[in-house]
Each structure stands twice: as C-alpha cells, then as structure tokens.
Design a protein around this ligand. Structure first.
Ligand SMILES: [Zn+2]
Length: 299
C-alpha cells in the first residue's frame, strides 16, 4: 500500500512505520491484490475539526475521517470489487487510489489513555477503521456493522494488537525492523540494517544504518532508533528488533554500550532471512559500564 503522508507535526513521524505495517496487513486481509494508494494526513484536533466542519457540517473534533473515492455495489467491498478499484487507477503512481484519511494525533493519545492501551494500538485501530471505510465497509446497519467489526478485528489480530493486547508483540516489532531495511543508506558496505525499539510507554521508534563517505562517521540502525527515541522524550526501553537480509545483525560494541546507557535489561531480537534469535543485553555486554558504575558525587 502506498501511503502519501501529510504530517502536520514532525513529532508524529513515530507513527508512520506502524501505520504502514497496518495498512499492508489490511490490504492483505481484505484480499486486495491490486496495488493501492491512500492519502493520509496526521493532524491536530483543531485541524480535523475544520475539515469536519467544511465537509460534513459538523463543528467538532473527531478521531478519524475517511473520504472514499469508490462507491462499491451493495454487499461488495474492495476485496471483491477489483473493477471498481481499477476505475481509480493512476498511471503516475501505478496504484488504485482509495481515498483520503485524516487522523487526529491528539485523539490517538487521549483515547489510548482513556481506554488503557498503548498509543500504538489506538493508532493502528483508527487507521484500520478508516481504511475499512475506504474499502467500502460501514457501520450504519447492524449487519454491516458486524461485518466491519469482524474485518477490523481480523486485521488487528493479524498485526498482533487485537482487543486484548496491550503490548506490541515481537513479530510486529521484527516486521517494523524489516521494513526499515528499505531506508538503509549503505552505498559502501551494501549491508542494510533496520531496527525498531520499543519504549516502555508503548511507542516504537525505528531506524536504519546511515553510512558516510568518510566511513568512520557511519551510524548504525540501532543507534539511529535510540537517538530518535531519546530526542522524542523516550528514555526507557523493553525490547529492540534488528533486521538484516542475510547475515545475523547482532549489534556492534558501540550500540551495545549505547543500549546499556538506557536499558541494561533490554531484550535484543535479531532477524535475517527466516531466522529469529534473541538474547538479553546483559549476555551481549557482560560487566557493562553504565551510569550506575560512576561514583556518586554531589555537585
Ligand atoms: Zn552498531
């Protein structure tokens, strides 16, 4: 699924890789085999309120608005209406446009708190709910509502964040790391690495390796993810997933040291090809030197 992003705030970039994963999963669950695209905007309550007022005459902020491009025949949805999808095929993008989604990031955070689950779960739910509308589902009649809920639950449990899940499962974290392989900038080593680190507040931050013509200034995927997280206010972590194509991407010494600074107890998961292996950081960096090893002094 091609997602054309409009992010009103750069602080919301942490949501994009999770939403990309959710959108790809949704397309697969719905059984759509044609390439599709969605224009998606993440914005504030104030911005979504304006759109709600302008297009629906409702002067109120809301969590998600969807504007489907297709009208599907009664009882059909995107998965069994390929001809309708093709009507909005765009030569330039090579994909069938499904429509627009607008999601309030303020609502993601406040509703996550209200329902007692992670912002990730709420973000994935709102994206999936909006996408289902673009697929042709609605929840006006009871029967339609049941079908829409079933599809939403199917997609969310496939992502691994169904109704009863409060944590991001390992497989989702691994998949987010694998997706970051595409962003790797590695023209010198050609060794792509992607990483996804889970903060204890439920947020996931991703990173890729970024090489440099000077070689020495290369930054690893793990440290890219950690630095993104810390600069967004997350400083405590429970797990990190690291992906490569065809060799085990155990973190280098520098990354082990940086992880140890914030999360000496972190679980480290690595994946390459069909393999997944896991080790606690304490076995990768025995006798680690961290903030607690410094003598306590009064300043
Ligand atoms: Zn490293």
């Amino acid at each position: 699924m091609i997602l054309n992003w409009q992010l009103d705030s750069a602080a919301d970039t942490w949501l994009t890789s999770l939403m990309q994963h959710a959108a790809d999963t949704a397309l697969r669950c719905e059984g759509v085999t044609l390439p599709c695209s969605v224009d998606i905007r993440l914005c504030s309550d104030e911005a979504i309120r304006e759109i709600n007022r302008a297009y629906r005459g409702i002067d109120k902020a809301t969590d998600v608005l969807s504007f489907p491009l297709n009208t599907y025949p009664a009882g059909r949805t995107a998965g069994n209406a390929p001809k309708h999808l093709q009507m909005n095929y765009d030569d330039e993008t090579g994909a069938c446009a499904l429509g627009d989604l607008i999601i309030s990031t303020e609502h993601i955070l406040s509703q996550a708190k209200e329902y007692g689950h992670s912002p990730q779960r709420e973000a994935a739910y709102l994206l999936v709910h909006g996408l289902c509308h673009l697929f042709g589902y609605d929840h006006i009649e009871d029967d339609d509502k049941r079908r829409m809920r079933e599809m939403e639950e199917k997609i969310l449990s496939e992502i691994g964040i169904g109704r009863d899940d409060t944590q991001i499962p390992d497989e989702t974290l691994l998949q987010m790391a694998r997706e970051m392989l595409k962003r790797s900038y590695c023209p010198y080593s050609h060794y792509a690495v992607g990483a996804a680190i889970l903060a204890d507040d439920g947020r996931v931050f991703t990173g890729c390796n970024i090489e440099n013509a000077s070689y020495g200034l290369t930054n690893c995927a793990e440290r890219t993810a950690v630095f993104k997280a810390v600069s967004e206010g997350a400083t405590s972590f429970t797990a990190i997933a690291i992906a490569a194509y065809d060799a085990a991407p155990w973190p280098c010494g520098a990354c082990r040291q940086v992880l140890n600074e914030f999360a000496p107890g972190i679980r480290v998961l690595v994946t390459w090809g069909d393999h997944v292996e896991e080790a606690p950081l304490s076995t990768l960096l025995p006798h680690g030197f961290g903030p607690n090893e410094l003598p306590q002094t009064d300043h």
